[in-house]
Design a protein around this ligand. Structure first.
Ligand code: F6P
Length: 359
């Protein structure tokens, strides 16, 4: 008998259920009644506080297209994992190991992003058998070319930019569409290119507001009465990029804007006479059904994760490399961020067709 626990951790995204389903179906196919699956609730929280349940085979049916996660999720910061929960008198790492034992698990399957992978690696080093799957709309997990959720979120962000295009054209306005991604600009870069944005601002390339204003003015001179700016949540000006982290945080807080797009809008109002509007799709980008690409990716990743469990090849994340699904050690993945290469092919192609990065 194999006993497998599954949890989803961190921000949700499209494809979590599709991936859970694939892991479970592949295990049931291979082992029949010789497998028991435990659904651990609300991320690492369920493993810490003992909130889990034995799942039935039919729990994994009919969930391929459903957004969110049937297991629930939560953010449990890695930094806090070794800090004792004084309120409940709980040593979190010890509690996770005890609950793993209580369930009699042979393996813990973890679906998550960067923070989740740091904790997964820690649990693996603590002696638990762990296999993980890369989830996030940010596509910023080291060791994999693609994370699930990214393509679905990209479709949504692109549709937003498409819709904004028509209203921007009609009204001859400048629109700033703020796309998710605090630390990396993959989602904004892809959606910006797919949506035909004129300016793409990503955290990896600090912008100069005057350069952005120049694009607006140039387009006006060319008879194009509107401009679309796709700005990542984490877009940062050159002056801000020169600040220390603490100073930057205090600076942004002192300005009092809800997010970067509103600050940029005000800065641009000082430089141009255009009407400037902001559109922030926010968590829409993480919701709804996974796109076909993600459904296929989740199926491949889930089946590969089940294979690792059957082979008892633990301590790995299933990843996409050169289009193939391969295992990558958690120790290689944890603690690194996959950022946009600023002189990479995608950025260069965008520049080649005249897209500005505001630099
Ligand atoms: O990591 C996914 C993500 O959606 C980021 O793009 C975004 O910056 C962040 O999560 C938002 O987090 P929360 O859901 O906690 O507001």
């Amino acid at each position: 008998m194999k006993r497998v626990g599954i949890l989803t951790s961190g921000g949700d995204c499209q494809g979590l259920n599709a991936a859970i389903r694939a892991v479970a179906k592949a295990l049931y196919e291979a082992l029949g009644d010789d497998v028991e699956i435990y659904g651990i609730k609300n991320g690492y929280g369920g493993l810490i506080y003992g909130d889990y349940q034995k799942m039935k085979k039919n729990n994994f049916s009919g969930i391929l297209t459903i957004g969110g996660t049937i297991l629930g999720t939560s953010r449990q910061p890695f930094k806090q994992m070794r800090v004792i929960d004084e309120k409940n008198g709980i040593d979190k790492v010890k509690a996770m190991k005890e609950n793993y034992k209580k369930m009699g698990l042979d393996c813990l399957v973890v679906l998550g992003g960067n923070g989740t992978h740091k904790s997964a690696n820690m649990l693996s080093q603590e002696g638990l058998n762990v296999v993980s799957l890369p989830k996030t709309i940010d596509n910023d997990i080291y060791g994999t070319e693609m994370t699930f959720g990214f393509q679905s979120a990209c479709d949504i962000a692109t549709e937003v930019i498409d819709c904004i295009h028509s209203t921007a054209t009609s009204h001859r306005r400048v629109f700033i569409v703020e796309v998710m991604g605090h630390k990396v600009g993959w989602l904004n870069l892809h959606a910006g290119i797919a949506g035909g944005a004129d300016v793409i601002l990503i955290p990896e390339i600090p912008y100069d507001v005057e350069k952005v204003a120049e694009v607006i003015t140039r387009r006006e001179a060319q008879g194009k009465g509107f401009t679309i700016i796709a700005a990542a949540e984490g877009a940062i000006s050159k002056e801000e990029a020169a600040m220390k982290k603490k100073e930057f945080k205090a600076h942004r807080a002192s300005l009092g804007y809800p997010s970067v797009a509103y600050k940029l809008a005000d800065d641009l109002r000082e430089q141009t006479h255009y009407e400037i509007r902001v559109a922030v799709p926010g968590h829409f980008q993480r919701g709804g059904s996974p796109c076909a690409y993600d459904r296929v990716l989740c199926t491949r990743l889930g089946a590969a994760a089940a294979k690792l469990i059957l082979e008892e090849n633990y301590g790995n994340m299933v990843a996409v490399q050169s289009g193939m699904i391969v295992p990558v050690p958690l120790s290689v993945v944890a603690g690194k961020l996959k950022t946009v290469p600023v002189d990479g092919e995608l950025v260069r192609s965008a520049r080649d067709i005249g897209i500005s990065f505001g630099d």
